[in-house]
Design a protein around this ligand. Structure first.
Ligand SMILES: [Zn+2]
Length: 363
């Protein structure tokens, strides 16, 4: 309803819309292949990363310099232009009234997790984090399943809430935090455990707020909210990354239609680029929704990093999956990954993008 009102109010934007549509048509006619192919700044780089065994790979910044230095980074054209006329006049005040995801409410979930202290897999605080997630999901009316697993003698626990009917879409986030600050410059600090306000708590916060706001009469899918344990112990004590997500992927009894992982998305200085191990068509859909909502400066439709994360165990099984991750985060795996680095607005942009994608864009 508010969408229509905004459109009427913005008569001046009609000419903008027409120009936008004309550009789109020119684009489609002139470059028929641009909608299906994204220019990759460095294919060799992607290949190299993707073929390494996940057990020895962590999210790495080594690609960043190469990607930045590459002159071939281009913005995919047709995928930015949305078929919806609202995209031409997009701005943050065009937010549809039906959007309910609230950044401040989500941020409270960040604070509640950080208040438990560092939360590595198998620790008391880690288990308490799982209990907190279960309590919040039940409060929001979601049936909850637990999936325990043992790795190197440590018990981990995935938590999966399921609701709705139709093809399954999984939203995933890891809730464990890294039992090391191994990106600290000072070696004396590297053995300390991090707060994981962004790397851990932010993704969980978005999923918990999604549990509160999703309107099931608008959904065409069964939604799973998957909280993965044991993502972030990789390269420590012989652990790989994504132990929990891999356990879930390998024990699926039904196949999801798609998986969207959110990780490190709460940075106050938000820059979420296309992650290059992700399924392109799915990234295009989600980033196009972000552009419609006026978030293009934060959820940026350009390729950048190539990350090994919780989406990969699903991609390896042929399930389309996307990693929404802001890897331009200076406090990654340091003691400075604290709640003051996370902004409610950043959580809200990701949450509202997914809210619209789920409620309005599914076939
Ligand atoms: Zn991490």
């Amino acid at each position: 309803m508010k969408l229509r009102k905004n459109r009427l109010l913005k008569r001046g934007s009609v000419s903008l819309i027409l120009v936008g549509l004309a550009l789109l048509i020119i684009n489609l006619v002139g470059f028929p292949t641009s909608s299906t192919q994204r220019s990759r700044p460095n294919d060799t780089l992607t290949q190299t990363s993707a073929t390494k065994p996940p057990s020895t790979i962590s999210p790495t910044r080594t690609q960043q310099a190469s990607v930045l230095a590459s002159p071939t980074v281009t913005i995919p054209k047709a995928t930015i232009a949305s078929p919806s006329p609202t995209a031409a006049a997009s701005s943050e005040d065009n937010t549809p009234a039906s959007l309910m995801f609230d950044g401040d409410t989500a941020y409270q979930h960040v604070l509640a997790q950080v208040a438990l202290g560092p939360r590595p897999t198998g620790t008391e605080a880690g288990w308490a984090t799982g209990d907190l997630i279960i309590a919040e999901l039940e409060k929001a009316g979601w049936p909850v399943e637990m999936q325990e697993f043992v790795f190197q003698g440590i018990t981990g626990r995935n938590i999966i809430a399921k609701q709705g009917s139709g093809p399954i879409i999984v939203l995933g986030a890891h809730y464990d935090t890294r039992p090391a600050a191994d990106r600290e410059a000072d070696p004396a600090k590297r053995e300390k455990w991090i707060d994981g306000a962004n790397d851990g708590a932010s993704g969980v916060a978005v999923l918990l707020e999604m549990a509160r706001v999703l309107e099931f009469d608008k959904l065409k899918n069964e939604i799973w909210l998957a909280f993965f344990d044991a993502e972030d112990r990789g390269r420590l004590d012989g652990w790989p990354f994504s132990v929990g997500a891999r356990y879930m992927a390998e024990n699926l009894k039904v196949e999801p239609q798609s998986v969207v992982v959110v990780d490190m998305i709460g940075d106050a200085d938000q820059n979420i680029f296309f992650e290059q191990n992700s399924t392109e068509v799915l990234s295009d859909e989600i980033w196009a929704v972000a552009a419609e909502l006026g978030y293009e400066a934060y959820i940026i439709p350009q390729p950048k990093h190539t990350i090994i994360d919780d989406h990969l165990p699903f991609i390896e099984r042929g399930i389309p999956a996307v990693d929404m991750i802001d890897f331009d985060y200076a406090y990654w795996h340091t003691l400075e990954d604290t709640a003051d680095k996370v902004a409610p607005e950043s959580l809200e942009r990701v949450g509202r993008t997914l809210e619209v994608w789920l409620e309005e864009k599914q076939q």
